[in-house]
Design a binder for this molecule. Structure first.
Ligand code: NI
Length: 187
């Protein structure tokens, strides 16, 4: 991971960028549309279901989702700017979530099972969707990122501490400035 062909790098949850609240966009202009297209490419290249702009260090309220593997029916690819939840079901569901910024650490998260989302799409058109299943879960996960929230925040303090340590080690190796040494052995 020392070199990358992308201009963007997906940041780990230990990076301060993942903790900052993102700003709304004024409109989906050329710059934001380019960001959406770049994010879609990164997400698809990494075979991810969703990506939020702060994960690549951009603090704009923009997210992308790709649920083509579960929904062949369109729409199944989404680019959203300024997404907001305008209704949530009382029924909740629990599932283990994985995140590009929290590699290898699945976290059980309880969320409303269905949500209605208002957002601006890649054509600068305001839209609303009633999201269920993986789409509802993914959208809520990505919207958490826009508020500086990561899956680790749903863990107990002890498990969060252990997970953070694991991420810090990953971060160190990714930097490429530290090869595993005797000091890095976990006991
Ligand atoms: Ni994530």
């Amino acid at each position: 991971m020392n070199t990358t062909t992308h201009a963007y790098k997906i940041l780990l949850a230990t990076h301060p960028a993942l903790r900052k609240k993102s700003d709304p966009v004024d409109s989906v202009d050329h710059t934001i549309k380019t960001l959406m297209m770049d994010m879609t490419k990164i997400m698809v290249d990494h075979e991810g279901v969703g990506l939020a702009a702060p994960q690549i260090g951009v603090h704009k309220r923009v997210l992308t989702m790709d649920i083509r593997h579960v929904h062949t029916e369109k729409p199944n690819m989404f680019c959203m700017a300024n997404p907001e939840i305008i209704w949530r079901s009382e029924t909740q569901s629990v599932a283990k979530e994985y995140c590009f910024s929290v590699p290898e650490i699945g976290v059980q998260v309880t969320r409303p099972e269905e949500v209605k989302i208002r957002y601006i799409d890649e054509h600068n058109t305001e839209r609303e969707i009633h999201a269920t299943g993986i789409l509802a879960r993914c959208a809520q996960h990505e919207m958490d990122h826009l508020d500086g929230i990561v899956t680790l925040d749903y863990l107990s303090p002890l498990r969060r501490k252990l997970a953070l340590k694991k991420l810090q080690r990953m971060e160190k190796y990714q930097e490429g400035d530290a090869e595993p040494t005797g000091d890095d052995v976990t006991l």
